[in-house]
Design a binder for this molecule. Structure first.
Ligand code: ADP
Ligand code: MG
Length: 217
């Protein structure tokens, strides 16, 4: 479970988040959506504990795994050493089999990987310690379409194991299959939508895409 209560945050004089509230239960996925610059990444970095809010509180019931929007890896180190480092931080070992089969890149330097390969490694690092709460910040932005189904299955698997997911993404086709509710940060105050409101009872993907797009108008 993760909860955010009345979070405010400013960069200098620029107010980015004003009294943000959200809550996500175990086994549930909340999508944070909104136009560029609406504060999605800032909100995730606050929930992850990487940035301190000006006021408000975060209640996180368990260990957090964070896939940031930028590259979280040590570029000059090998994939294997990155995995060992993040496993060491979390007090766990590196399993032989990892998501997306990233173990096959083990010997390569991160700097030699493509953007999508780095994202796969970043996701694998975030999931090493079986975190209870997983924060995904645009995880699919550089993943090629061939990995989309595997990614969706990965998130569905996490949900079925009771994990709490907060997901930032732009393309509704990424999260249509696994989201439970969506908080739109592009309005003041942010608006919360249930899956039933956006996808409708007939769950037509096309309807969901239209409803989602209309939020941005
Ligand atoms: P999103 O992820 O929704 O695109 P961000 O959380 O990255 O938005 O950014 C929210 C706002 O904060 C934007 O207006 C952005 O320009 C500003 N911002 C982000 N990071 C910084 C920073 N390090 N210094 C100053 N302003 C920033
Ligand atoms: Mg962002």
């Amino acid at each position: 479970m993760a909860e955010v209560r009345n979070i405010c945050f400013s960069y200098g004089k620029k107010h980015v988040l004003q009294n943000l509230n959200l809550s996500v239960q175990n086994g549930e996925c909340l999508v944070l959506a909104g136009p560029n610059g609406s504060g999605k990444s800032t909100a995730l970095s606050i929930i992850a504990g990487a940035v301190k809010p000006s006021s408000g509180e975060v209640i996180a019931d368990g260990r957090i795994g964070y896939v940031p929007q930028g590259n979280a890896l040590f570029e000059d180190a090998s994939v294997k050493d990155n995995l060992k480092f993040f496993a060491g931080l979390a007090g766990c070992t590196v399993p032989q089999k990892l998501c997306f089969g990233v173990e096959r890149y083990a010997a390569q330097k991160v700097s030699a990987l493509s953007g999508g390969m780095k994202k796969q490694v970043s996701i694998a690092c975030a999931l090493l310690a079986e975190p209870d709460i997983i924060l995904f910040d645009e995880p699919c932005d550089s993943l090629d379409i061939g990995y989309r189904d595997e990614f969706i299955e990965l998130v569905q698997g996490l949900k079925s194991r009771g994990k709490t997911i907060i997901y930032v993404g732009h393309d509704p086709l990424e999260f249509a299959a696994f989201y439970d509710k969506l908080l739109f940060l592009g309005s003041d105050p942010p608006r919360l939508f249930s899956r039933a409101e956006l996808s409708g009872s007939s769950e037509h993907l096309e309807d969901f895409c239209i409803n989602y797009k209309n939020l941005f108008k």
